[in-house]
Design a protein around this ligand. Structure first.
Ligand code: AQP
Length: 344
């Protein structure tokens, strides 16, 4: 049982093409957690520049993610929405964590291997060190819970390892400074629901991703009703009808993916969906999925467009959120410096 007050933190990169996977795996969970927790949601722009970004696109993408948070139902008054680069303590704590984390730990990170690919020598140092910045994002608020998609599980485990090592390395100093046995909580991943890993609509073995060159592989939150309908109707399937029970989805990745998407949008389970659609062919199931996706995502897209038309409002939300986030981060950073032995 953690002695730390419960606090939720999570982030989304402003790298364009925000999609259904980001919504179902992360942002829809952010919304739900507001009922039970204090939440801090961050547009992680420092993470975005680990790969090249065009400045004019980056600024638009930061506003797009902010608009998505608000349009999906995150309340910037009761909780905090801000962009990472306005709170310098993220980068400051990340440096300290670079000195706590071990090379061997980072060498095991599969996302770096996937993103750097064969051109590893040419990848930025930032892309390699991405997980230590992510640990700092969470721990600078001493957050206890982190809603993410399944692809972030390994990075969360690393954040826990870093927190644990910091607590061990500085245990005496932490106790002397009056923080008891541990300064940082071990943050828990919240990977929940039937769509924690939404797959590409074109290939059930690949994650739905912002950077997939095929726009038909994903449903973007900015897609209009016709585009959503077209993409769902063209989604890859197999020749069989839908099974009546979940074990029947084994070995059928595309069917499993579409059923998972339907379940998550309907806020039910895959078993519920198969009870209703077991025995149906894909063309009728896809028709129902189009109706549901348009009903759920249409209003979000429209609200995002309305919000993005007023960049002044979005920038104010981010600025005000940053002031509130910085107040928490600065206090924790001051304590970290004291524990380490810096003079401040
Ligand atoms: N396909 C997905 N299914 C479920 N959750 C997903 N997430 C991402 N893709 C899926 C979750 O969305 C949150 C924000 O992700 P991110 O913006 O930080 O970066 P990402 O994981 O790198 O997103 P992409 O779309 O996959 O981008 P690229 O193409 O650049 O690799 C996270 O909680 C993530 O788990």
């Amino acid at each position: 049982m953690s002695l730390f007050p419960q606090r939720v933190f999570s982030g989304v990169q402003p790298t364009g093409n925000l999609h259904l996977g980001n919504y179902l795996g992360a942002i829809s969970r952010f919304v739900a957690l507001q009922q039970t927790h204090d939440c801090i949601y961050c547009v992680v722009d420092l993470h975005a520049i680990t790969v090249p970004q065009k400045p004019s696109e980056l600024v638009a993408n930061i506003r797009e993610v902010t608009a998505a948070f608000i349009a999906c139902g995150v309340d910037p008054k009761s909780h905090i929405i801000f962009n990472q680069s306005q709170v310098a303590e993220h980068a400051e704590l990340a440096w300290i964590f670079n000195c706590v984390a071990r090379m061997g730990w980072l060498n095991r990170m599969t996302q770096f291997k996937e993103k750097a690919g064969k051109d590893r020598e040419n990848a930025s140092v930032g892309l390699y060190a991405y997980p230590t910045l992510m640990a700092a994002d969470i721990l600078v608020y001493r957050a206890t819970h982190v809603p993410v998609g399944e692809d972030q599980k390994q990075h969360l485990e690393l954040a826990r390892d870093i927190a644990q090592k910091f607590n061990n390395d500085f245990s005496e100093s932490i106790a002397t400074a009056g923080y008891g046995e541990a300064f940082f909580p071990l943050p828990e991943p919240l990977i929940q629901g039937p769509a924690t890993r939404v797959m590409s609509l074109r290939d059930g073995s690949k994650k739905m991703s912002k950077s997939d060159p095929s726009d038909n592989s994903r449903i973007n939150l900015s897609d209009d009703a016709d585009t959503i309908a077209q993409k769902v109707r063209r989604a890859k399937t197999d020749p069989d009808v839908l099974p009546s029970e979940t074990p029947g989805l084994a070995g059928r990745p595309e069917a499993d993916n579409l059923v998972g998407i339907y379940a998550a949008l309907a806020e039910g389970s895959k078993a519920d969906v198969l009870r209703e659609f077991g025995g149906a062919n894909f063309s009728s199931f896809k028709g129902a999925l189009v109706d549901l996706a348009v009903a759920k995502l249409g209003p979000i897209g429209a609200d995002m467009r309305r919000l993005q038309a007023d960049p002044g409002y979005i920038d104010t939300v981010l600025r005000e959120g940053s002031v509130r986030a910085r107040a928490i981060a600065a206090q924790n950073m001051k304590a970290v410096k004291e524990v380490i032995g810096f003079i401040s």
